[in-house]
Design a protein around this ligand. Structure first.
Ligand code: HEC
Length: 157
């Protein structure tokens, strides 16, 4: 009778104790720790965030010129997401980003909802001043932000 119990129990352990399959990618290899390190390194830090913000800032500007308010709304929302994701990677930037996330972007969104170019332009200046402000707080004041002059975007009205 005992054997009837022992055999399934042994079988259960035999199954759970199997050595784990080692999974490597084409270039993401090594121990689990090394693999996580490689992935994190490839995601990059705040520079990547800012390259995207620089792009979205320009798109927002031209969206305002076109009075393409839906596209402007989209860009503001993506700016928020971009910064939030960036802070997940670089939490030490969170303090400087606080005002930008909680006040500057929501204000910008409100101005877009009013669908008024004059209000939009005023707020875009306020946005630009806050980009510069954060660069100063983060000790990279040489990233001087000015409104775009030339349009590169293929998204036009
Ligand atoms: C939370 C603070 C913060 C805010 C807000 C911010 N920046 Fe930045 N920005 C930085 C930091 C920090 C760097 C340098 C990144 C690094 O050294 O990794 C940077 C760098 C940049 C760069 C250079 C990126 C590169 O590697 O080529 C651009 C472009 C840029 N910012 C544009 C903007 C614009 C436009 C705004 C406003 C819409 C803005 N930033 C708002 C902190 C900020």
């Amino acid at each position: 009778m005992k054997i009837l119990i022992i055999v399934p129990v042994l079988l259960f352990f035999a199954c759970t104790q199997q050595p784990q399959e080692k999974i490597d990618g084409e270039w993401i290899k090594g121990t689990k720790q090394e693999k996580i390190h490689t992935i994190e390194k490839q995601f990059r830090g705040f520079d990547n965030t800012m390259v995207e913000i620089g792009y979205r800032y320009q798109e927002l500007y031209w969206a305002g010129k076109d009075e393409n308010w839906d596209y402007a709304t989209y860009q503001i929302e993506k700016m928020k997401l971009t910064i939030e994701n960036g802070l997940e990677r670089r939490p030490k930037r969170a303090k400087s980003a606080d005002h930008f996330l909680k006040s500057v972007l929501p204000e910008m969104l409100k101005s877009v909802q009013q669908r008024d170019t004059v209000i939009f332009n005023e707020n875009f200046d306020m946005l630009t001043a806050n980009c510069i402000n954060c660069h100063s707080m983060e000790k990279v004041p040489y990233f001087t932000v000015k409104k775009p002059i030339y349009r590169q975007s293929p998204i036009r009205k």
